[in-house]
Design a protein around this ligand. Structure first.
Ligand SMILES: [Zn+2]
Ligand SMILES: [Zn+2]
Length: 194
């Protein structure tokens, strides 16, 4: 086979043209701006702050065009297959914009919705609570002067963690903290002693 345009005999061929002469129909945005949190490194894409894990599939979804069969990412380049074995490479036009995510801005503002106080036998939950809280919400502060007082970002997540850990014996007290979108917002204190 011979390319009808340049005469090259080097495969692969797309129709009657070699890969160099073929102009594939591929659309890539001019730039893909992604906010990156300066504190925790998480990225903002697909409408939320998240870890880098899903970034590649997000970046792949930005490649459009009738010639795009499959997209891979290699060394920060798009590898775009236009047939099963012929591909072209394109630069990924990604720009990281330094920013602060909502969680980090709440942490630095000392935000919390609940305080968990571990006393006596309740202290044995410390490690497990810490691990789950860090995973599902955030901790603004820990005071260890008298047992542990853990300041927690989300009271909703806290209750779901308590039930996950099958912690049933605790005291709850509520304190009106303010109004948020017309609703009363409470700060909750939970004491676990047994
Ligand atoms: Zn050619
Ligand atoms: Zn952050």
């Amino acid at each position: 086979m011979k390319c009808i345009k340049c005469g090259s005999t080097t495969p692969p061929f797309i129709g009657l043209l070699c890969l160099k002469c073929y102009k594939p129909h591929i659309k890539i945005p001019k730039k893909i701006e992604i906010k990156q949190c300066k504190k925790c490194g998480r990225l903002f894409f697909s409408g939320k702050w998240q870890s880098k894990q899903k970034l590649n599939s997000f970046l792949k979804s930005k490649v459009k065009g009738s010639d795009v069969k499959r997209v891979e990412i290699e060394d920060n380049m798009y590898k775009i297959y236009i047939t099963d074995d012929a591909f072209v490479k394109r630069k990924i036009p990604i720009i990281f914009v330094p920013s602060i995510c909502d969680t980090c801005s709440k942490i630095s503002g000392g935000y919390y919705e609940a305080i968990v106080q571990l006393r006596d036998k309740g202290l044995r939950y410390y490690n497990r609570l810490l691990k789950l809280l860090n995973k599902r919400t955030f901790i603004s502060k820990i005071d260890d002067s008298n047992g542990y007082d853990i300041y927690v970002g989300s009271s909703k997540e806290l209750f779901s963690i308590l039930s996950y850990l099958k912690i049933k014996h605790y005291n709850v007290s509520k304190k009106l903290y303010g109004l948020k979108e017309g609703k009363r917002v409470y700060r909750i204190t939970i004491v676990i002693r047994s």
